[in-house]
Write a protein that binds this ligand. Structure first.
Ligand code: ZN
Length: 389
């Protein structure tokens, strides 16, 4: 296994000088985020815009109109809700069903390796929440091989999951002749990224393509022995079929004031959602991204590539949502960010069929010298938010 050293700066178009947002904890190393002249990030500015300029009653009217346009009376499904059984998708499905009287079909792309709590939450969502659900599960051997290739060549073991997660709902929409797909939040907009969709409720299908296939097209997989047949379930339906179906992708976060913590409370009450008994490694939270034993490495790689770990992401949006102060956020980042996910490490190495040494070779190949330095044989971030002047 030969591992090439990566040039992160050109690969992700990263600024060479690290800066932290004056309001939250995110740095300018998050791909596609922008900072204004006052050193405030685009996600904080977007939050401010939502607080000051948006009439949420107006937005709710738009949502009702959208539901009325798509609502069916013949008993068939009228909206697809992508949902893992986690708090956000469950919240969307629950709201659409109970408040807006829609008939959702919820669709789930199975994780690589379920955690007990993740599986339980999906079961609760179906049994207690009362939803119809289609679970997309793929050939485990292929999933595993793709995850291994993605870890080694893309620095993200989660890439195959992301393909399935984003394309499976489209396939289900076309198959079931449902035009409306309702996602929870638009992560690009809410957490800093490409703002081209910030002021509209939808994502263009072409744009969807841009974000989810720009990484490595099917040719890459074929070169590494993954056949067309193997990769088929991960791919979107034919573009013409998506268009012919008049498929629309919408985000609930456009229509209602999106607050992950409030979604969590709603799901505990209504869909049988349960938190982890312990916090997730790398952060302090117990209720986000709980489903997959391998996802800790996806977050850990983001920490290595960008210096942005789970605690940074969690604190940044909780500061914007006014749940914690920036000072509290910085203390939490200092305490938890970059904590190594050791709980499932053995399972992860077995799953990818790599040695511990190979694991660290891959990890180190993604450390950019503008972010990392080695002091006394130990890797340290050059710039941290608690050391900034
Ligand atoms: Zn910010």
């Amino acid at each position: 296994m030969t591992i090439e050293k990566r040039d992160l700066i050109s690969l992700y178009n990263l600024p060479t000088e690290v800066k932290f947002c004056r309001k939250c904890t995110i740095s300018n190393q998050r791909p596609r985020i922008t900072f204004d002249k006052n050193g405030v990030c685009s996600a904080c500015n977007f939050k401010e815009h939502k607080k000051n300029d948006i009439d949420w009653l107006d937005r709710e009217r738009e949502l009702k109109e959208l539901c009325d346009k798509h609502r069916r009376t013949d008993g068939s499904y009228d909206v697809i809700v992508p949902c893992s059984g986690g708090k956000d998708g469950s919240f969307v499905a629950s709201m659409l069903k109970s408040k807006y009287k829609m008939n959702p079909l919820t669709v789930t792309w199975a994780p690589h390796i379920y955690t007990d709590i993740g599986r339980k939450n999906l079961d609760n969502f179906i049994q207690i929440g009362g939803f119809n659900n289609i679970l997309g599960s793929v050939n485990g051997a292929i999933n595993r091989r793709m995850s291994r290739l993605a870890f080694i060549h893309m620095g993200d073991n989660f890439q195959p999951f992301i393909y399935g997660q984003t394309n499976f709902p489209l396939r289900m929409a076309v198959q079931h002749n449902v035009q409306l797909i309702m996602y929870g939040e638009n992560g690009e907009v809410e957490y800093g990224g490409d703002l081209s969709n910030a002021y509209k409720p939808t994502r263009d299908i072409a744009d969807h393509d841009k974000h989810y296939f720009s990484g490595k097209p099917p040719e890459f997989w074929e070169e590494h022995g993954v056949t067309r047949k193997d990769i088929y379930p991960y791919l979107p339906p034919k573009y013409d079929d998506i268009v012919k179906n008049e498929t629309e992708i919408h985000f609930m976060s456009y229509y209602i004031d999106w607050d992950p913590q409030e979604n969590f409370y709603h799901c505990v009450e209504n869909t049988g959602f349960e938190t982890n008994p312990t916090r997730s490694e790398g952060t302090y939270s117990k209720y986000a991204s709980l489903d997959d034993k391998t996802d800790g490495y996806h977050y850990y790689l983001a920490y290595i590539k960008f210096g942005i770990g789970r605690a940074t992401s969690d604190t940044a949006h909780e500061i914007r949502d006014e749940k914690i102060t920036r000072e509290e956020g910085i203390a939490l980042v200092k305490k938890y960010d970059g904590e190594f996910p050791k709980k499932y490490f053995r399972i992860f190495l077995d799953y990818l069929d790599i040695t511990e040494e190979q694991f660290w070779d891959v990890i180190d190949s993604w450390r950019s010298p503008h972010l990392w330095e080695k002091i006394n044989n130990e890797w340290k971030l050059r710039h941290t938010i608690w050391n900034e002047s």
